[in-house]
Design a binder for this molecule. Structure first.
Ligand code: NAP
Length: 291
């Protein structure tokens, strides 16, 4: 089966690349934004046709949450129109799409882990454009799955873990927000889940049309808790101080609570999800090996 993985310089796509060899039944095509711009519909159609692509894992996205507030048009183009182009191309070949979305489609006013059926109400441009991308999949007839994830980090790309390790080595003390709560997700766990879902689908022939799933690591943390764990596991001698969101103003508002309920994905695909702190330790040792 030929699988196209878009956005190949990003965190999730890079982690899929690392484990691709373990999935011998799949033949992967990884494309960067320069090799395949998902906003270019004819490029997308040609690539999918010429390479006989059956399945697309869409890791391409506009992910700069704060910048999106000033750059709504570009964010909408990538996160909504780009997804629509993939949907259209997949529809023509009768293929399958796994599309990745975000916990930022929720407003964060809840206090119980969000289920797939809970009401969405994005409070920023990024979340709004990602919601449009979800609808592009659901308003089509394709065999499409949307996986919402949260607080993604990886040994690749730019992310909170790498920023904390860098700042922690530069400073003696750091203030980090404690009144935003969610769950960190190691992109390598999500990468494995995407490929396991495709393997599972193949065995059981599940038609997953229109299915929404939530995936993050297990457990709950504030950004403060996350930062403390990063310093500890990274052996960085930097004191982390809890601060409030109001003391760290950003252009984009973020949900105060965005923990995802993962029961559905665990049941449907019989997967076990690692605890966030264990997965963080795995990422930090991968980072140390890379240095
Ligand atoms: N990062 C998070 O905390 C987080 C949280 C929840 C959900 N998610 C979702 O998870 C998915 C993966 O995120 P990630 O963190 O792996 O993203 P990432 O590291 O920012 O990578 C996204 C990739 O998409 C590429 N891209 C941008 N515009 C494109 C276009 N028009 N055509 C093709 N490629 C394009 C970028 O390429 P260039 O570098 O060349 O622009 C980049 O390599 C995304 O859907 C994101 O919305 C992320």
């Amino acid at each position: 089966m030929n699988i196209l993985v878009t956005g190949s310089n990003g965190q999730l796509s890079s982690e899929i690349k690392d484990i691709a060899a373990d999935y011998k039944n799949f033949n992967f095509f990884f494309t960067s934004s320069l090799e395949l711009d998902i906003c270019n519909s004819s490029q997308v159609n040609i690539f999918i046709n010429e390479n006989n692509i059956h399945t697309v894992i869409n890791c391409a996205a506009y992910t700069a949450v704060d910048k999106a507030e000033q750059d709504a048009e570009v964010a909408e183009k990538v996160n909504s129109e780009g997804v629509q182009n993939l949907v259209n191309a997949i529809a023509k070949v009768g293929g399958k799409l796994i599309h990745i979305s975000t916990d930022y489609v929720f407003d964060g006013n809840g206090f119980l882990p969000y289920q797939e059926s809970d009401k969405v109400n994005p409070i920023g441009v990024y979340g709004n454009t990602k919601r449009s991308g979800e609808l592009a999949v659901f308003n089509s007839d394709i065999d499409g799955i949307v996986i919402r994830t949260s607080w993604l980090y990886s040994a690749y790309g730019n992310n909170f873990v790498k920023t904390m390790l860098r700042l922690g080595n530069e400073r003696d003390e750091l203030g980090v927000i404690f009144d935003q709560v969610g769950t960190p997700t190691n992109a390598s766990d999500l990468a494995k889940t995407c490929l396991d879902i495709l393997s599972y689908d193949k065995e059981t022939n599940i038609n997953s049309k229109g299915n929404m799933y939530h995936f993050s690591n297990e457990g709950v943390a504030s950004w403060y808790d996350f930062a403390v764990a990063i310093m500890k596991l990274g052996n960085v001698d930097c004191k982390v101080k809890p601060i409030e969101t109001k003391d760290y103003p950003t252009p984009a508002k973020r949900p105060h609570f965005s923990v995802l309920n993962k029961s559905k994905i665990k049941t449907d695909f019989e997967i076990e999800i690692p605890y966030w702190r264990d997965s963080l330790a795995t990422c930090i040792s991968k980072l140390h090996k890379k240095i």
